[in-house]
Design a protein around this ligand. Structure first.
Ligand code: PMP
Length: 455
């Protein structure tokens, strides 16, 4: 890209594009960083800077950037058949192949897939499917959903309502309050220091049971949770938590929705984390991001045989399952997913992610000796570093200190992209990361955090 083209893109973008999570007042002065190239673990900006991408785009570029094989598969599918109406009884080969692959590899009997355009739409679809299921069973009252504080489930209206991060809701109206409730996040860093992990888990499970009782089990349809909370701070639940929450769901005839938008497709070293890592079989599983490694948008909501059996009963008034997206089962996206899966398989990236995940987590603990690092935690290739003004008293930095933003900026100047979520630094590199890159990320992060003052 020439300097002139980059300047033109910068100006047009600044004038016309509404960026997510952007303060428009500063955006009007600064505009965007124009990313012009991407290859392997690196992206390049319009100033020619080559930056190590320690966040895989946005938790998604699992196989790394710029794969020729992905481009070839996408272009081949475009020339074969790029799109046709998926409603009713028409389909295409990649959508069918991917459906069969998902059924074989997803936990338990999640044998049926509803395709969407990304994670938010897949979570919205999950909630509609839950409602549809209980309606078809004649349990018309059983519609309330329990989610968790600090959860992130997306930006469409219902997915945003499921989300439990306060900052994502500022100045937006609420629509789903009557049917969406939140319980505590499983946040080991926030638990009282004198409480054991087991006791904390008991507390969370009891709180969940109490909430169900309070709402009335006949009114509560489902619980939704990320196996490891992502945007909410890479919160790893206490041992046994998911299994126990799942058991509570089963006791109350509730469905368990696993939001695996981040954790599926290798981030924790497995195709899916719920069963293989945390030992429970969700009734509904939501995937996106790593399903195509971000080469093209796609989401998937998987449902169990039991749900499928109920929703495929004939409707009394001759109605049909009337929930359709134009881009359902998009052939190019499904083909990209199949190629992405083939690459992960052929290159042994799940095993690589498991090995590298260990190294990544172990190296990260080295940051704990820094004055302003309150906590370092994670699982596999997901990690968060909490920045604290005073770590002994867990006192955060004042907002004006902009600690997270400053660390982000320094890391970028030193050639590494990290993600600040407030004063928490989140990392989620592509699965193809090697030790040298992992070491580089931590050495840069150490340098950036060391430069912070108590503010
Ligand atoms: N669920 C989780 C756990 C996510 O992390 C995200 C996105 N970060 C979403 C849902 C929403 O996905 P999308 O942005 O593709 O709509």
């Amino acid at each position: 890209m020439t300097r002139q083209d980059a300047n033109s893109a910068w100006a047009k973008d600044r004038a016309h594009v509404l960026h997510p999570y952007t303060d428009f007042s500063s955006f009007k002065d600064e505009g965007s960083q124009v990313i012009t190239g991407a290859e392997g673990m690196y992206v390049t900006d319009s100033d020619g800077n080559r930056l190590l991408d320690a966040i895989a785009g946005l938790w998604c570029v699992n196989i790394g950037h710029g794969r020729r094989e992905m481009a070839d598969a996408i272009s081949d599918q475009v020339m074969k058949m790029q799109y046709y109406n998926p409603f009713g009884h028409s389909t295409n080969e990649p959508a069918a192949e991917l459906g069969a692959w998902l059924a074989t590899h997803a936990p338990g009997d999640l044998n049926h897939v509803y395709y969407t355009t990304g994670g938010s739409t897949a979570n919205d679809a999950a909630i509609r499917l839950v409602h549809y299921y209980f309606t078809m069973k004649g349990q018309h009252q059983k519609k309330k959903i329990i989610s968790r504080n600090s959860a992130y489930h997306g930006a469409t209206y219902v997915a945003a309502e499921l989300t439990g991060i306060h900052a994502t809701k500022m100045s937006f109206d609420k629509v789903g309050e009557h049917f969406i409730n939140h319980v505590s996040a499983a946040n080991m860093y926030a638990k009282p220091d004198d409480m054991s992990e087991d006791a904390y888990c008991d507390f969370l499970v009891q709180e969940f049971e109490d909430r169900i009782e309070q709402l009335g089990p006949d009114n509560v349809a489902a619980f939704i949770a990320e196996p490891v909370m992502g945007a909410g701070g890479v919160l790893v639940a206490p041992k046994g938590y998911h299994r126990r929450m799942w058991e509570v769901c089963k006791r109350h005839d509730m469905l368990y929705i696993a939001d695996e938008v981040v954790t599926a497709f290798g981030r924790l070293g497995h195709w899916f984390a719920s069963e293989e890592v945390f030992d429970y079989q969700p009734d509904i599983l939501v995937a996106a991001k790593g399903i195509t490694s971000g080469y093209i948008p796609l989401g998937a909501t998987l449902i169990s045989d039991e749900i499928y059996e109920v929703i495929s009963r004939p409707q009394c008034e001759g109605g049909v399952f009337s929930m359709g997206l134009t881009y359902f089962g998009h052939p190019v996206a499904c083909r990209a997913a199949l190629t992405n899966i083939e690459i992960i398989q052929r290159e042994g990236l799940l095993g690589h992610a498991r090995n590298m995940g260990k190294h990544f987590q172990e190296t990260a603990t080295g940051l704990c000796d820094l004055e302003h690092v309150g906590d370092v935690r994670g699982h596999g290739l997901m990690l968060a570093v909490d920045l604290m003004a005073d770590k002994t008293t867990k006192t955060p930095f004042p907002v004006t200190a902009q600690a997270g933003a400053n660390v982000f900026r320094t890391c970028a100047e030193l050639g590494v992209i990290v993600r600040p979520v407030g004063d928490r630094i989140v990392l989620s590199p592509p699965l193809v990361i090697e030790k040298a890159e992992s070491n580089q990320i931590y050495s840069v992060l150490r340098q950036a955090i060391s430069g912070l003052s108590a503010g």
